[in-house]
Design a binder for this molecule. Structure first.
Ligand code: MN
Length: 286
């Protein structure tokens, strides 16, 4: 099943080129102050998936007519893996990898949807694309074993971990507003390919920059979920960015960036730089 968030927080599934609205299934949309319809859907997905309405003219709209949101618009956290492909470790001339660095957090406020716009924050700093597979948590995870970890994953989607290079903390360099495109939709675990065998390709302005497969991850999805769950409780809807292979490179105004994951789809965004000024930090790293 391909699940979407669309038109300001509605939730649905894709039936061919139609979006079937699942608002009734999740108790409607008038829940001020509560979690998103997608997180409510994922919380009860085991039961609700048996009750999905079939597409009709009345309960569905054309996919081309909706505005997609990030599949999960309100994760409690985005947990990300640094240096989790060996070829990226080499290109960054790093002597350490995830087994030394563990994980970091990106601000959920950095999320944007498929079709959105990444805004470059400064005139004098390099900002790169990092194409990644993202796993979305479907069941709360705390101290889970590697063997059980994938039972806590609802599904997978595409993610761009947009990154300012330099010496600031990762949580700063990767958390600017618009720096986490997510989508286009969430493919449930039963329909996605095995998470250790998904092809990843990333293109920037027509240049094919990244080509790999998640079998090359140093820590795979199960290891990531299990490890992270020993540090912090993973909640339904939390997003795990699994890391990027080699081929990262700078973005420029007007670039179109696309990451394609086999069995999942293509996430595309554009880049803009509307006359930003210089960075107030990082002068020693330029
Ligand atoms: Mn990354």
């Amino acid at each position: 099943m391909r699940l979407v968030t669309f038109d300001d927080g509605r939730v649905g599934y894709l039936a061919e080129d139609r979006v079937v609205d699942l608002g009734d299934l999740v108790g409607g949309y008038s829940h001020p102050g509560t979690i998103s319809a997608m997180r409510r859907l994922l919380t009860d997905w085991g039961a609700l998936r048996e009750q999905l309405p079939t597409a009709t003219a009345a309960n569905s709209v054309a996919l081309s007519s909706v505005r997609l949101g990030p599949p999960v618009p309100d994760p409690t956290k985005i947990v990300a893996a640094p240096v989790n492909y060996r070829d990226h470790k080499s290109e960054m001339k790093m002597s350490v990898d995830i087994s030394d660095l563990a994980v970091f957090l990106k601000a959920p406020s950095s999320l944007i949807a498929h079709g959105g716009t990444v805004r470059l924050p400064y005139s004098d700093r390099r900002v790169d694309q990092e194409g990644e597979l993202a796993a979305v948590i479907g069941r709360r995870a705390r101290n889970v074993a590697v063997a059980d970890a994938l039972d806590h994953v609802a599904g997978y989607t595409g993610l761009l971990d947009i990154t300012m290079r330099g010496g600031e903390d990762r949580s700063t360099r990767k958390s600017f507003d618009t720096f986490t495109p997510l989508g286009p939709w969430l493919v449930t675990s039963d329909e996605a390919a095995a998470p250790d065998d998904i092809d990843l390709d990333c293109t920037v302005a027509g240049e094919h920059r990244q080509s790999s497969n998640t079998k090359n991850l140093i820590w795979g999805v199960a290891e990531l979920v299990a490890y992270i769950s020993t540090v912090m409780t993973l909640e339904v809807g939390d997003v795990i960015a699994t890391g990027t292979p080699s081929g990262v490179g700078p973005l420029a105004d007007g670039d179109e960036v696309s990451v394609t994951l086999s069995s999942i789809g293509t996430l595309s965004v554009t880049v803009t730089s509307d006359n930003p000024g210089p960075s107030p930090t990082g002068t020693r790293n330029r």
